[in-house]
Design a binder for this molecule. Structure first.
Ligand code: NAD
Length: 282
């Protein structure tokens, strides 16, 4: 199968390389020359334009920052009828649904398959992939997705994007409260590594205590590869979803407000784990 892979950044880079290693014919495209070079080094083919990348591809995978860029890319690409487009970016569920409807009229299937697991699991093909779309379409692309991780169908188109945003609202809120607890404990004279080891066999554990704090915050590297602004985007999507369906979301709104303030204070390229440094200073 010929796969066009658009968006070769922190996640799309290692994901496209894995598809090459699995024997798929991958033609990648990214605005960044460095990102294109990384795919060439991994043995993939790089296109010089978006239209060249998608020309003749049966499947197009998108791993782009947000819905605005996904929509403009889809409109500029000019997909042929019969193409299956898999949006693996963390996009906005209602916009995904609308886009899928308009593409369906042109004989193009749009599926959503966002991921969790970060750069480390993108490299090892152990991502959690949450999908939305008709079962038959998803089964057809499952051999591709299986190279990247384990898939669970969340529901119809847009369902994957909804659950992804909700997951990240939880994850970002966990990271904030975990950081508040650890900073308070530290001021009390406790050792953060000891606290983490206790939390990790207690009820306060989460991805923040098991992964983010020990791997990126305690060592002081802040290099998870997931941008703070991308996390904030996901929180806004989740809070917007709660508002659209009319469920109360006071904690999520408060947490998103704090991430907004951190995003204003920190550099545009800050890693999401740097929220701790903002808390320390604020
Ligand atoms: P990134 O910024 O590292 O990569 C995005 C890439 O898209 C960049 O290389 C950029 O040059 C490229 N790009 C932007 N506009 C483009 C265009 N018009 N045409 C072609 N290329 C374009 O971001 P990332 O961390 O790889 O995240 C990608 C998506 O995955 C986001 O939606 C993010 O929320 C989601 N996500 C990220 C992580 C993570 O840990 N980094 C985990 C899960 C989900």
């Amino acid at each position: 199968m010929t796969i066009a892979f658009i968006g070769l950044g922190n996640m799309g880079g290692p994901m496209s390389s894995l598809l090459v290693r699995a024997g798929h014919a991958v033609r990648g495209y990214d605005l960044s020359a460095d990102a294109r070079q990384a795919l060439t080094d991994a043995g993939g083919t790089v296109a010089e334009s978006l239209t060249e990348a998608v020309n003749g591809a049966e499947v197009v995978i998108l791993m782009l920052p947000n819905s605005d860029i996904v929509e403009s890319t889809v409109h500029a690409a000019g997909f042929a009828a019969g193409t299956t487009v898999i949006d693996m970016s963390s996009s906005e569920p209602l916009r995904t649904r609308a886009l899928a409807l308009s593409l369906e009229e042109q004989g193009i299937a749009l599926l959503d398959a966002p991921v969790s697991g970060g750069v480390a699991r993108a490299r090892t093909g152990k991502l959690t992939i949450m999908t939305g779309g008709p079962r038959a379409d998803l089964e057809r692309v499952e051999p591709i997705l299986a190279c990247l991780g384990t898939t669970t169908r969340a529901g119809e188109v847009g369902a994957g994007h909804a659950v992804k945003a909700l997951n990240n609202l939880m994850s970002a809120t966990h990271l904030l409260v975990t950081s508040e607890a650890l900073l308070a404990g530290e001021r009390f004279g406790l050792d953060p590594a000891t606290m983490l080891s206790i939390f990790n066999s207690s009820s306060g554990r989460s991805g923040s205590t098991e992964n983010k704090w020990p791997n990126f915050i305690l060592p002081g590297t802040y290099d998870s590869g997931f941008g703070l602004r991308l996390m904030l985007k996901d929180m806004r999507i989740a809070v917007g979803l709660a508002a659209q369906v009319g469920t109360p979301d006071p904690l999520g709104e408060a947490a998103a407000g704090l991430w907004e303030r951190a995003a204003e204070a920190l550099d545009a390229g800050a890693d999401h784990t740097e929220i701790v440094n903002w808390l320390r200073k604020d």
